[in-house]
Write a protein that binds this ligand. Sequence first.
Ligand code: ADP
Ligand code: MG
Length: 852
Amino acid sequence: MRQYLDVKDQHPDALVLFRLGDFYELFFEDAVLGSRLLDLTLTTRDKGKDDAVPMCGVPHHAARGYIAKLTELGHRVVIVEQVEDPRLAKGLVKREVARIVTPGVVLDDEVLDPKQPRYVAAIVATKQSVGLAYLDATTGELRATELAPAELEGELVRVAPREVLADAKQLADGGALAALRARYKVAWHATAIPATVDAAVTELAKLSGVDREAALAVRAAAAVVSYARATQPTGALPIRALAMYRPGDAVVLDEAAIANLELVETLIGRRAQGSLLDVIDQTVTAPGGRLLRRWLLYPLVDVAQIRRRQDAVAWLVERPALTEQLRRALSRIADLERLAGKAMLGVAMPRDLGRLRDALAALPELIALVASGTTKLDPAPALLALEPARDPALATLAARLARALVDAPSFLLKDRAIRAGYDATVDECRSLADGGKEQIAAIEEREQKGSGIPSLKVRYNRVFGYYIEITKSHLAKVPAHYARKQTIATGERYVTPELAELEKKVVAAEDTLAIREAELFRAEVCAVAELAGPIAAAGAALAICDACAALADVAASRGYCRPIVDDGRALDITDGRHPVIEAMLPAGAFVPNDCRLDLDSDQLVLITGPNMAGKSTYMRQVAQIVLLAQIGAFVPAKAATIGVCDRVFTRVGASDNLSRGDSTFMVEMRETATILANATARSLIVLDEVGRGTSTFDGVSIAWAVAEHIHDAIGARTLFATHYHELVALAESRPRVRNVSVAVREHKNEIVFLRRVIPGGASKSYGIDVARLAGLPKRVVDRSREIMATLETGCFAAETSLRSASPQLSLLANVAPTSVETSLRAALAAIDPNRITPLEALQLLADLKSLT
Ligand code: ADP
Ligand code: MG
């Protein structure tokens, strides 16, 4: 217990799994918690005594699954192993912390998603600025950035770490970080973030050319590295570089945009299937999949970089046969980044090194394949050239591993992973052990004949090694020199001096063999670890090939085009399609549509049309096409010109956003406020039914004011869908507002959705037509039309704006004033509409609403 308590003292907030023989045991509160989480029977140690200790355990061979379950539930697990052979130990067997498994630091392939990174992140926050760093311990990918506090949550959502470290005091003080922890549900770990940065990270930062200003980011990196390092006392983290980035290096995408555009998971149900990534991720390797995910979440803003990727994709699109061959070859290649990581961490198994060797051996074939597509006029683009895979050290390593390891090593070393002929000691011990076993087998036949007992068997068990077993009916014939060892139900077990002697030889040979094999294998792992950098670099180069080939494959199979990406002010899409919905419909069923946005003329496109017409689909498709274009991909359109966007904002109206279940209007307004505060003239804004979450009057007014503000003050390219067709009038007073609508046709008393976006606003909302079709009495339908006519002429006549809103208020005049109305009237009387900005109008509206 002393040993146990020492460990527990050092890890009070983790579950300690303590190896005792064939079990990992949990004690005290850990046992109580563990038994509940893992559905284990809770027992006690030293039963009956006053200080009986609660305990529960899991068999060591099944521990993996249990550990995985605990970490997936957000717990940290400390694994304590026996570090000496219990047979040889004098007194207490020595035990040490072998590793710590945390939600963010998991090395188990069975738990890891091959196509997703597993990040642990650290936050170092001051009032003005936040350092964020995150590490994938399996590959050593380490990135850091410095952000404004308001940007942190969006970036966390994009990075999606499984575990976040932050300063314990800040988490406890009820401030911004505490609030973030309450909202952002992952495993948070309150810790002390060191004020100084350790030498290793300082070195990394220097190597990566990090400037002084990034002090918070570097501190966050140091925190995350030292945390991860402590989880692996016996291995080294495969970190080679600290990649610093600025939020503005990529298109800024906040949580709303990532969710609404369904980039990596669907809005409803949060499934990967049906997301944009799902459609374009035709990668055939895990690193390729991880890279493409990153590309999609960090679209580029630099035209030259985008074109480099496009060049690579286009080059492959023009060579379909080569691309197919390349993809087939890549699909056989193991995850070099994670295998190199495993070698450095010291957790590589023989099977891992076998796969690594085969992958390295396949590199020349891949290089040759890409080179074979090179023509004088059209050489392979630099991105595909696989330069790092040409490192001769890799070929040397592959040859070395080929000599040392059998063709298909299994998971375990003792399954003869070392190739025969590689090492004299191994060969000798194996033949001694095998010879001994053969001799033992021969004894069985000899003794059967000698004793006249045909059923005599030589057997082996772990308790007393080799023995002779004789069934009851033959006990009379047992030779005198057999020494009885054990009685069993069916007979007796014996040993002989000869057997004991042979056994000793076999055991000695096998012991020596195991030690030697382990030594040799460790040397191979070290040889790999030493080249971990070049191996991972080759892996990264393959990942780029895979990602580009995947995009080429999608482009070819789905008929995408190469967009023109430039720094221009336009966004011009001909026959664009929604990549995901198109993929779900039968071929040709999706109706393509054009989109033209231009800062100088068609800055804000207002989309009207009845419910279900296709407004949301149209807007999302435009945003997705922009993002695809900016990751360097081809896009679902006949032709497209994309002037790069620096940010993409989306806001999706209440009823389209059921899954969130928040107080919808508040969320809607908060998201709208974020957009208005952060959008620039280079942004793309997608607003879907803003104002829908409140009554019609506020809804129309807010939508109107927001649209005006975007037009007048921000000047960003904007798609604005609304079922308030009153807004159509905006185009008459604002020069860069264009109306389009999604066409519908009435046919035999039904509304037919044509899915065509046509110029001009919807003339009517069709709501009343739908009501008529649904069988509402004619009197009611007619009355609806009357009321609608009043509203249309009264409320939002084009030449006036919100100022002329008085007719709608007159609707209220017929009702006896209540105290609420009295105060509303008073408040309204105090407003001078000529002197307020649209934003103030918004605020006023919110105030007025609060009076009701
Ligand atoms: P709205 O936002 O106008 O209410 P949606 O965009 O949600 O309409 O579209 C309603 C349905 O119509 C979608 O589920 C989609 O499957 C289908 N749809 C939309 N646009 C198209 C199109 N261009 N081609 C084919 N089907 C479409
Ligand atoms: Mg919609």
